[in-house]
Design a protein around this ligand. Structure first.
Ligand code: PTT
Ligand code: SF4
Length: 608
């Protein structure tokens, strides 16, 4: 095989053993890499119903055939496992040198099972795998621990690691890298923590064997030029994802006061232009020439790397209208290894619960000091933090009342930073995302604003599926950054060519879509197996968007129409070849080559 290394490294932390598995081309061709490999391994190997924080769970670090090559924004990795937050399939995507060195060490994926008795970190260099004592690192924040590991292993190593939130099994702890890149929203950091695995350090110098290295080099060079000369490049370099604050405010989709509203009175204080005033440098992922990591100085003059989601969730959603303060919260989340989106969602929820007197504690909207304190107590599970560390769904179940209506999650994963009172297609994207409410698979909101935001048309369902195929299917299995495509119009044709030059295999975009559909349906099968069944209710956005209209801004009065929205969901199921309850049909499973799931699924649901 070209492009793929053809090897998966298997590590058992309980037994302190490792082995190398050579996999066949079937896995590569049917699942490509990244998320595709992750779900196939989890389906095949995970015992149904295991507790996600038990040693039996498997943490998968998966690159793809394009990862780490000299082409646009290729330094990304998928981190997946059964999620402790949702009890279903969970993954995230991080930009890190760990992805590059994992491939240079000669592997395409690493599967980690078991749990160490005492804190360890893994040192992986080509065919050498060492289980190293991490007792001195345990308890350190992610920045400090990574610096120490770089002192030991040098700058030319790639590291992913967890902070205190992961160690203390916070259900939305992430995996962190390079002081500001983080991924694995549905608690991938907690899975690492449950294995007492502080970090994984990669080094390597294996040459990835490519079908046509000369052609790939040439394509890579031309691709970088095309990105550099794209019309939106200069503004992207100035603001990156932070430009979305302005856009969301203009379009009444900026999550504000726990998604009650879509506009924030202090939006200008936290937007991309304000960020430009505080910016001191840019950072980014490996092999990227459109680096979007905007580094600013926070209230305490420390560096913080800002992204749209972080600022919206720790700014407008909790009522903090001062970017320097938001930057403190953002940096703290990175140090602690806590997902900014879920953290901002949980804090917004608790502020609303306090306002409604459903909890004793007084936590006012916009109280920066209290928000900072909450991030700490959540990460160390102190006092109220221990409950909040379980995620918004669990907190709502505990405090009761009508709070389930404004607990902003789908399947237990907190909604990311787009208010959908007047965006039915984006609400469908959240509802049907394969990991719970995340925008990464089908960010259709910008398209939706252009074609008629109040419509409930079949075209919207088609767009959600198309985006899921491209973003959640292609980019999560290649594994490369999707931002050149979505932000600067870097065409999918480039990826077909990159793929051909790397692997020697010609695949059309439709061929990739078929792989994407296979991945999606297998992920749905995994959820059904873990939940012991399925119903439409699990694919529903939060009640707030249907029942409580916006009260501010140009769209005051807007809300989703439940009946019409339900029609969108039915169309979605039909187009995916799933039945009215969201369960894949037998014919669909067979068409996608997933026959092996049929007997297993029959134990939990009636297949039609
Ligand atoms: C991603 C989610 C996002 S999506 C953001 S900001 W975004 C938040 N970032 C966090 C952070 O920072 N620190 C923290 N402690 N928690 C955070 N949680 C949130 O996590 C990220 C970029 C961005 S910035 C986006 S959109 C794109 N995401 C990609 C993706 O998912 N796949 C892909 N093939 N390419 C992507 N490119 C872009 O990468 P999750 P990163 Mg992230 C600090 O992980 O779990 O997927 O959730 O990885 O290296 O930081 O790059 O406006
Ligand atoms: Fe990383 Fe941003 Fe570049 Fe994507 S565009 S590879 S997220 S720096």
């Amino acid at each position: 095989m070209y492009g793929w290394n053809g090897k998966i490294l298997r590590i058992n932390l309980t037994r302190r053993k490792f082995s190398v598995q050579e996999y066949d081309s079937d896995l590569a061709l049917n699942f490509i890499g990244g998320r595709g490999f992750a779900i196939k391994i989890l389906w095949d190997e995970l015992k149904p119903g295991i507790p996600p924080l038990s040693p039996e769970n498997k943490l998968i670090l998966a690159a793809g055939p394009l990862t780490g090559l000299s082409i646009a924004s290729s330094g990304k990795i998928v981190i997946a496992a059964k999620s402790p937050l949702t009890n279903g399939y969970g993954d995230g995507n991080v930009g890190t040198f760990a992805s590059v060195y994992l491939r240079k060490a000669g592997y395409d994926a690493v599967v980690i099972e078991g749990a160490a008795e005492k804190p360890v970190y893994l040192y992986i260099e080509n065919d050498k795998v060492e289980f190293r004592n991490a007792e001195d690192l345990w308890g350190l924040d992610s920045f400090e621990a990574e610096r120490k590991l770089h002192e030991i292993h040098g700058k030319d190593s790639g590291i992913i690691l967890i902070g205190p939130a992961g160690e203390n099994l916070v259900k939305y702890a992430t995996v962190v890298s390079q002081e500001g890149r983080a991924g694995g929203r549905p608690g991938m950091g907690a899975v690492m923590g449950s294995k007492r695995l502080k970090a994984v350090v990669f080094r390597g110098d294996v040459e990835i064997s490519l079908a046509d290295p000369k052609e790939l080099r040439e394509l890579g060079r031309k691709g970088y030029e095309a990105i550099r000369s794209a019309p939106g490049y200069d503004f992207w370099i100035r603001q990156g994802t932070m430009m979305t604050i302005e856009w969301c405010q203009e379009n009444s989709t900026l999550p504000t006061y726990n998604y009650r509203e879509g506009v924030f009175d202090f939006a200008k204080e936290i937007d991309g232009y304000m960020m430009e005033k505080l910016k001191v440098k840019r950072r980014g992922c490996p092999f990227c020439n459109m680096q979007c990591g905007n580094v600013v100085l926070d209230k305490f003059n420390r560096e913080a790397e800002l992204d749209y989601e972080n600022v919206a969730m720790l700014g407008s959603n909790i009522g903090v209208g001062d970017l320097k303060k938001v930057s403190v919260l953002n940096r703290l989340c990175d140090e602690l290894g806590l997902d900014t989106i879920s953290a901002g969602n949980v804090i917004g929820f608790v502020m609303e619960a306090s306002e409604k007197k459903l909890i004793d504690e007084r936590i006012e909207w916009g109280d920066f000091e209290k928000a900072k304190e909450l991030l700490e107590v959540i990460s160390y599970r102190r006092g109220i933090g221990s409950l909040l560390a379980e995620g918004v769904k669990a907190v709502s179940e505990k405090i009761g009342g009508d709070s389930y209506k404004w607990a902003m999650h789908v399947k237990g994963l907190e909604i990311s930073a787009y208010d959908c009172h007047a965006a039915p297609a984006m609400a469908l994207a959240f509802a049907t995302s394969p990991i719970g409410a995340h925008h990464k698979d089908a960010w259709v909101i910008s398209w939706e604003m252009k074609i008629g935001r109040f419509d409930y048309t079949e075209a919207k369902v088609d767009k959600v599926i198309e985006f899921q195929r491209i973003r959640g299917g292609m980019f999560e299995s290649f594994v490369t950054c999707r931002l050149p495509w979505i932000e600067l119009g870097f065409s999918l044709e480039w990826y077909k060519k990159f793929f051909k030059a790397a692997t020697g295999i010609t695949m059309t975009v439709n061929d990739f879509f078929k792989v994407a559909d296979r991945i999606y349906t297998l992920i749905r099968a995994f959820w059904i197996r873990e939940y012991g069944g399925w119903s439409r209710e699990l694919d529903m956005p939060p009640t707030r968007w249907f029942e409580e209209p916006l009260t501010k801004g140009p769209l005051a009065g807007a809300k989703l129409d439940k009946e019409k929205w339900n029609t969108l969901l039915s169309w979605y199921y039909e187009k995916r070849g799933w039945n009215e309850n969201g369960i894949p049909k037998k014919t669909t499973l067979k068409k996608l080559g997933l026959d092996y799931t049929i007997n297993e699924l029959k134990k939990y649901v009636t297949l039609t």
